[in-house]
Design a binder for this molecule. Structure first.
Ligand code: NAG
Ligand code: NAG
Ligand code: NAG
Ligand code: NAG
Ligand code: NAG
Ligand code: NAG
Length: 338
């Protein structure tokens, strides 16, 4: 009996040791991971803002973000001048185009579901998807005011009834060249290499439902098949659902310029001049001397953009520009020629 039990016990002891080792290793790995994750959140850099931090903006792959030490500005008045002028000019352009197109200010309460609201600094910032909204969330919530409310991670939207007090807050919104935004959305959500491509079946379904093609096209990856949707198919899908009066599933490619017709904003920023315009917003809410928007490197002459446009049949490109024409005009962007 003893002879038989002894090797069993040995095996048992070895098994226990192995299990303990595994648990220990696993936990060490887990703890390391968590610590690294904490370091990557800008909010934790508050007290050591000199430390450089390099994170990747996930919604615009070609954008890199660094939290840098606040630069001393040589001439603060020059910037204030730029801010006032540029925002006034944008609002005037918008008002004019709105009037010409007979889009009147709304007397309904403003919807708050896209806003981040800070009671401390008295601002309301409306996020636009694909216009560095991830970076704005990071900055405004994790760094500037952790108590701010609204459109944060996990879609905690604000109550839609507008508080009278809040109506006095500084309101800001940022826009981006409409087709650039569409391409950014495509590469972020649908392209087979995008981080979200595992979820792209719903787009494939929409494409098939609209009759753009009758079968799924798969791209085979080591981890399994994902759908291969071309930019041209996506563009056709946007047009199809627009013509048929129901754009399903996403506000990301809807037109956004009309917002400037319906309600007033204290500052209108552009993605293309993000560094300057972000600074303007921070000045507007009087925190420009304490915080700065992360440095953004925007690739000029984006290859992906021109390739996406080239891939479109002429009629699709024409219809797409037509679809966004009002946005181009309201937001003051030049309609591109290809
Ligand atoms: C994202 O950007 C990096 C650096 O520019 C590049 O190496 C990578 O291929 C890009 N990924 C996609 C999906 O475009
Ligand atoms: C919104 O706010 C009002 C007034 O504070 C409250 O009565 C209502 O229940 C809130 N609605 C939601 C969905 O939270
Ligand atoms: C309205 O604003 C006040 C003052 O900031 C705040 O205390 C209150 O909670 C707000 N109410 C709603 C419904 O947002
Ligand atoms: C899809 O199939 C239908 C019926 O077989 C056909 O009439 C149509 O041309 C096909 N459409 C495409 C885009 O292949
Ligand atoms: C994706 O599909 C298109 C045609 O629909 C094809 O031209 C392209 O080569 C495919 N790409 C990949 C990576 O599978
Ligand atoms: C809208 O739907 C109808 C019916 O499904 C279709 O014939 C038409 O081509 C669609 N419009 C566009 C612009 O795709």
């Amino acid at each position: 009996m003893a002879e038989r039990r002894s090797p069993l016990r040995k095996r048992l002891i070895i098994l226990i040791i192995l299990t303990l080792l595994y648990v220990l290793l696993y936990h060490t790995k887990w703890i390391t991971n968590v610590n690294l994750a904490l370091l990557a959140v800008p909010g934790y850099q508050k007290s050591t803002r000199d430390q450089q931090l390099l994170t990747k903006d996930q919604e615009t792959n070609h954008t890199f973000v660094e939290i840098l030490r606040k630069h001393e500005r040589e001439n603060p008045n020059a910037n204030t001048n730029y801010c006032t002028k540029i925002s006034q000019h944008r609002m005037e352009t918008a008002r004019h185009v709105c009037m010409v197109n007979n889009i009147m200010p709304s007397n309904k309460p403003r919807k708050l579901d896209g806003f981040i609201v800070s009671n401390k600094y008295k601002f309301m910032f409306e996020l636009t998807p694909k216009v560095s909204s991830t970076t704005w969330r990071h900055l405004l919530h994790d760094v500037v005011d952790p108590q701010c409310m609204g459109n944060m991670y996990g879609y905690r939207m604000l109550n839609t009834t507008l508080n009278k007090t809040i109506e006095e807050y500084k309101k800001a919104i940022f826009f981006r060249e409409p087709l650039e935004r569409l391409v950014s959305y495509y590469y972020g959500m649908m392209h087979y290499k995008s981080g979200q491509s595992v979820n792209n079946k719903k787009f494939d379904d929409l494409i098939i439902r609209s009759g753009i093609r009758n079968h799924s096209v798969m791209h085979t990856k080591p981890k399994g098949d994902i759908y291969n949707i071309t930019f041209s198919e996506f563009a056709q899908m946007v047009l199809f659902y627009k013509a048929n009066a129901s754009i399903p599933s996403s506000s990301h490619y809807q037109r956004v310029g009309y917002k400037l017709c319906l309600h007033d904003y204290d500052f209108v920023g552009h993605f293309e001049t993000l560094a300057e315009d972000a600074e303007c917003f921070l000045e507007l809410i009087n925190i420009a001397d304490q915080y700065s928007f992360p440095e953004i490197h925007i690739q000029r002459g984006n290859v992906r953009f021109s390739e996406s446009m080239k891939s479109l049949p002429q009629n699709i490109l024409r219809d797409l520009i037509e679809f966004y024409r009002l946005d181009y005009e309201i937001l003051g962007y030049k309609i591109p020629k290809f």
